[in-house]
Design a protein around this ligand. Structure first.
Ligand code: SF4
Length: 434
């Protein structure tokens, strides 16, 4: 291992137009095409009408069977591996702490979000249950099988939380309640808390209240886009998709009132064209409301309408991760921070020693989301490699080790003079999960 830094070596991705951030004008999604009639609404899957037997592994060289919620759900590759339903190992992780569940229908999600692998425009090329989502496959499994398996010993389960992700579908409000009931028939919500990742477009305030009454602990709204303009461009009229910024905020306000402080939040994707100041203003607004932000680094999902665009440069991502953690958990306010004319963070608002201590603790750079059983600021939802490849980690699904922290410091432009240069192979060591 060399301790010398090679001339011009630059870890991390390069942003649009060679910048160290992704500017709005460069992050334009492609226009979606309409699928031919014989491919719409899962027509091919329903016409062949093959019935599933147990677990369905995506892209398994057979026709996608006809499966639908609430009997069937999809779960992340990480959750399927943790449950022993799929073989394989995760880079530097022994398991995931969150059982992420996704509703499933042959006709799929009826929205068309530009960054999403599940979007409707993909009907022409891939059956719903075979589509990639946040970089991985999502096998389908009977819901009762999952609940019964975890329910055998929930206190000692690797899962610290279960999350139901709704999609945009006329049945998803009712089916979410049925899936939740199936879970709580087997698993005490006190043993494994429940989160709902909602679909506001079809929901009412009563739906939010019912999900709380049925045992849900945290309610989140996937705003995803940080500004109304970006929302409209990536999730609304810009891509023939039904979502509206105002409806998402209406349900977020309902969640604040019904679930209460620290029990609601919003998902935000960083690097789709917003400025750092814009996204951190949203983070501050959520904290002022009593909630949290859960951040994702934009990654060009294969098959999505943004798969031709660059991932968020690590410089931009690390600045936003650090600033967001300070606002969410360290009592720092955005008005203490300084920004340049491009909206980039230039000063995090704390003395150098305090900033260094937060960086060195490493938690700011872990995946953010609903908490598990380790600490309030450590997300159960670790989504291993959901927003980056393991070779260039955006959100760390484990505690960053000293070599990781040296790379993070380099990406932040806060290297210590005596830090050795980080070689890739140094980061390739399998570490215990915690
Ligand atoms: S509503 Fe959710 S699942 Fe559907 S396309 Fe949009 S981001 Fe994807």
């Amino acid at each position: 291992m060399s301790c010398l830094k090679p001339e011009g070596a630059m870890p991390g991705a390069t942003g649009a137009e060679g910048k160290d951030y992704n500017p709005f004008d460069a992050m334009q999604p492609r226009k979606p095409a309409e699928a031919p009639l014989d491919k719409r609404n899962g027509a091919a899957v329903k016409a062949t009408d093959i019935r599933p037997t147990g677990t369905y592994l995506p892209n398994n060289n057979i026709l996608t069977p006809h499966m639908r919620s609430p009997e069937y759900v999809q779960l992340s590759t990480a959750a399927a591996m943790t449950l022993g339903l799929m073989p394989g190992k995760m880079h530097r992780c022994s398991c995931t702490r969150c059982l992420n569940i996704l509703l499933t229908y042959p006709e799929g999600c009826r929205a068309n979000c530009a960054y999403c692998g599940l979007a409707r425009h993909r009907e022409a090329e891939r059956d719903y249950a075979d589509r990639n989502f946040i970089r991985v496959d999502w096998p389908a499994v009977p819901m009762e099988q999952i609940a019964e398996t975890v329910g055998r010993d929930p206190e000692n389960s690797p899962f610290h939380r279960m999350c139901i992700s709704m999609i945009t579908h006329p049945n998803s409000d009712d089916d979410t309640k049925t899936v939740l009931k199936t879970w709580t028939d087997y698993v005490d919500p006190g043993a494994i808390p429940i989160s709902i990742l909602s679909n506001p477009t079809t929901m009412t305030r009563q739906d939010v209240a019912t999900l709380k009454d049925m045992g849900s602990d945290i309610f989140t709204v996937a705003l995803d886009a940080a500004t109304p303009e970006l929302f409209d461009r990536t999730r609304g009229k810009g891509v023939n998709s039904p979502h509206k910024w105002s409806k998402y905020w209406e349900i977020l306000e309902d969640a604040r009132e019904i679930f209460g402080a620290q029990k609601f939040g919003a998902h935000i994707i960083v690097g789709m064209g917003e400025t750092e100041h814009e996204v951190l203003s949203l983070v501050q607004q959520l904290v002022d409301m009593g909630g949290h932000s859960h951040m994702f680094c934009f990654f060009p999902e294969k098959g999505s309408l943004m798969d031709h665009l660059p991932a968020t440069p690590r410089d931009q991502w690390r600045r936003v991760q650090l600033a967001r953690y300070m606002i969410d958990y360290c009592g720092v306010r955005i008005d203490q921070m300084k920004f340049d004319e491009e909206g980039r963070v230039t000063d995090f608002g704390l003395p150098t020693g305090e900033t260094d201590a937060i960086i060195d603790a490493g938690i700011a750079f872990r995946t953010s989301g609903c908490p598990g059983k380790f600490a309030e600021d450590i997300s159960a939802c670790d989504r291993p490699y959901g927003d980056s490849p393991p070779s260039n980690i955006a959100s760390y699904p484990f505690q960053p080790q000293p070599a990781d922290l040296r790379l993070i410091r380099k990406q932040l432009g806060k290297e210590r003079p005596d830090d050795p240069y980080v070689e890739d192979e140094e980061l390739d060591v399998v570490q215990p999960y915690e």
